[in-house]
Design a protein around this ligand. Structure first.
Ligand SMILES: Cc1cc2nc3c(=O)[nH]c(=O)nc-3n(C[C@H](O)[C@H](O)[C@H](O)COP(=O)(O)O)c2cc1C
Length: 215
């Protein structure tokens, strides 16, 4: 990883009751051993890092890991991540078994200058990577991860009456769906984008009914 770039990873933490949680988070390496995580203060990851002061950065390029950890709140039975975790080796945190790499970290410093987001400066305690087979680049995998990122913003924009910004991202998802149906038909990538489209439809309907009732 290069200093100063944003990498999309999945951060896993325990809550105060030792219940494991995982959420996609961008991380920025600051030096060989230190890195920055910027969770929204509304997220469970923020609360857990504040409470336990440690976690694991799960390095993966598997779209399903991003999808399931993002949409776990929509899964009523909370079964989406069942059986996914194992204990970290050096700290009291869970880690995702199938990730290609793990960075176990402790929180060194917390800055809360921004109203919405906290900045956790973390120190890597253990860095591990699995031996993996070469992965040929498939545009469908990239497209499905981009759709997941857009979906998290669409939900927020719709609930904050920022409809123009939401529509812009919805049209990007439409574009990626067409692309994926072409380069990666009947795949998990295509299935993820289909599921995201149905979440977005549901959010739009909910948003419209809120507007109707308040108007
Ligand atoms: C690739 C990707 C990167 C993300 N990066 C961040 C981030 O840096 N900070 C953040 O607060 N949310 C980020 N999100 C959104 C959170 O993962 C999402 O809100 C999640 O539901 C939070 O889960 P939690 O409440 O269990 O922490 C990202 C989402 C994706 C798909």
């Amino acid at each position: 990883m290069r200093k100063g770039q944003i990498y999309e990873t999945v951060v896993s933490t325990y809550d105060a009751d030792c219940k494991p949680n995982a959420a996609p988070m961008g991380i920025v390496p600051l030096s060989k051993q230190s890195l920055l995580i910027r969770p929204f203060k509304t997220s469970s990851t923020y609360r857990n890092l504040l409470e336990t002061r440690c976690g694991v950065i799960n390095v993966t390029s598997v779209p399903e890991v991003f999808y399931r950890t993002t949409f776990k709140h929509e899964d009523r039975g909370r079964k989406a991540l069942l059986g996914w975790f194992e204990p970290a080796k050096t700290i009291a945190a869970p880690r995702i078994k199938l990730a290609e790499g793990h960075i176990e970290f402790t929180v060194r410093n917390l800055q809360e200058k921004n109203e919405d987001r906290a900045q956790f400066i973390c120190k890597a305690r253990l860095i591990e990577a699995k031996r993996t087979f070469p992965q040929a680049y498939c545009r469908g995998a990239f497209a499905s991860i981009e759709c997941i990122i857009h979906a998290t913003r669409i939900k927020e924009y719709l609930s904050n009456e920022r409809d123009v910004e939401a529509e812009k991202l919805i049209s990007l998802i439409d574009y990626y769906r067409e692309l994926t149906d072409r380069v990666s038909p009947y795949s998990k990538n295509a299935q993820i984008i289909m599921l995201i489209t149905s979440h977005v439809e549901k959010w739009k309907k909910k948003d419209a009914s809120i507007h109707q009732n308040s108007g």
